[in-house]
Design a protein. Sequence first.
Length: 221
Amino acid sequence: MKKFLFPAVLAAVFVLVGTGDAFAQGRFGVMGGINFSKIEAQSINRSSMTKFHAGVTYQLKLPLGFSIQPALLYNVKGAKLGGVNYEGAGMNNDLTVGYIEIPVSVQWGPDLLLFRPFLDITPYIGYGLHNRISANVPGIETQSLVNVWDSAALNRFEYGIGVGIGLEIWKFQLIGRYNWNLGSLYDLKVDIDAGGFNQAVRNIMSNSNFGGFTLTAALLF
């Protein structure tokens, strides 16, 4: 899946950039919104974490109600984990990762003159720019690590797909989307400190990754 998704998303972006001038209905835009993300491991979720995304986009209108809309985003995702067993105590752990992300939204919906409701399917790929890991154990001072990758066995690359619905009115768009990240946030093959809290978190998360709901607004020119 990973080998297919990476080139498919990149190829779609390159084709659209190279041919966009030939379509009168293509238009650029800016977009941003809110992420309500969590780790897909229900037994340790304390709650979802509210973060943000922002960037630029290009919409290409196609016949029969279809449109394709790639974007370049800075997307911050996070999770609040609780009950992680660390040295016999229950540890609360917060994790945030900021990605540079390329989603390609494939949309379909009828043009009703004043507005256009549409369905949305969005594959995406991303690369981690920074992270922050914090842990709070009762009776022990809170520990925080910033921009650790190899030492925590965190994967920089992400890929996944989102499904949602949207509404377009004139130059404005609003899209609600649920996202599934299909890769593992942690590399289970990398050796890390067996006594550290990174090891405890990685063990309980296993093959989990970020998932959750996003709400995005866009202004198209």
